[in-house]
Design a protein around this ligand. Structure first.
Ligand code: ZN
Length: 127
């Protein structure tokens, strides 16, 4: 049987749970759960302060979260007005053809539609 690690509520020890079968004559009636350090008895499994196994999953979650943030930033970038099909730029102003108003290259809106001709990073001028 695997040793079950607990942090005892009574003595505070990082120790093991002792599990003993209780018998009424020859019939097993239940289990007695005690701290192997101080002998404190726990009334039921729900009372047992099992040692938390959350250290690993927590690290994993944090790595997960930062990865998601990066993805979100990239998505945000790709919705900028300067990548939009409706973005018109001339020497005097930057203009949105959808909203009929002046915009900034770094603005973004929900009517964004990706410009088909030039993908980001491949702005080679045809000769
Ligand atoms: Zn104890």
């Amino acid at each position: 049987m695997n040793a079950v690690e607990i942090i005892c509520k009574k003595c505070g020890a990082d120790t093991l749970l002792r599990r003993e079968a209780l018998y009424d004559g020859f019939a097993k009636t239940g289990e007695k759960l005690t701290c192997s350090s101080c002998g404190h008895e726990y009334a039921s499994e729900a009372e047992v302060p099992f040692k938390a196994k959350s250290a690993e999953p927590r690290i994993f979650t944090e790595a997960d979260r930062s990865a998601k943030v990066e993805l979100f930033d990239e998505g945000e970038n790709r919705r900028l007005c300067r990548h939009c099909a409706s973005y018109i730029v001339n020497p005097f102003t930057q203009f949105c053809a959808v909203h009929k108003k002046e915009v900034q290259a770094t603005d973004s809106c929900q009517h964004f539609s990706e410009r088909g001709d030039s993908e980001e990073g491949s702005e080679t001028v045809p000769l």
